[in-house]
Design a protein around this ligand. Structure first.
Ligand code: FES
Length: 180
């Protein structure tokens, strides 16, 4: 989700804090709501979350790092989930993932492109083993991939983003294959 203007985002933060004040059991909900605003959980929210809910910063950080749904840095507009599970692995997932990283120019240890168009996640299984190897871009699943086909899919998103710099990619690239 795109980052909102700071003033509007801060208003929403205040609403969240007001609604959940003193409810330490609401930590997960509060963090999810913050991530829905910014696309990640910004470090400047740690202190107020800790104070408003009555949790320690180590508890907060423990939750943020335990659940991989939370992100601690800004994310790309599109999330690529590349499967490295067993079925995909034996059908060439490693070379597909290498192709994705090379095309996105992702250095080792980085998962988000410099232009914030993509974030890459390597996942254990996308539940579509019947059409492995598989990757998903946002809600679209692409199966029976080859490195070349994966590159083509990403090229279509990149081309759309280049044509619509203000709006970014529309997510309509490539043919959709439903997960089995
Ligand atoms: S192992 Fe890749 S979709 Fe299941």
């Amino acid at each position: 989700m795109a980052q909102e203007p700071p003033a509007e985002a801060l208003d929403k933060l205040q609403e969240i804090f007001k609604e959940h004040e003193g409810n330490r059991g609401h930590l997960l909900i509060v963090l999810q709501k913050i991530q829905a605003i910014y696309g990640y959980v910004p470090p400047f929210t740690f202190e107020p979350v800790s104070q408003v809910l009555g949790v320690t910063k180590s508890e907060l950080y423990g939750v943020l790092t335990f659940y991989n749904r939370f992100h601690l840095a800004p994310r790309g507009k599109h999330t690529i989930r590349a499967c490295r599970g067993t079925a995909c692995h034996f059908k060439g997932a490693p070379s597909i993932i290498e192709t994705i990283k090379a095309q996105l120019k992702l250095p080792p240890g980085k998962e988000t492109t410099e232009d914030f168009l993509f974030s890459l996640e390597e996942v254990a299984c996308l539940g579509a083993c019947g059409i492995s190897p598989v990757m998903a871009v946002d809600e679209e699943t692409f199966g029976n991939l080859t490195p070349a086909r994966a590159g083509e899919v990403l090229s279509q998103y990149q081309a759309q983003a280049a044509q619509q710099p203000a709006a970014g990619a529309s997510g309509e690239a490539g043919e959709k294959q439903e997960a089995n």
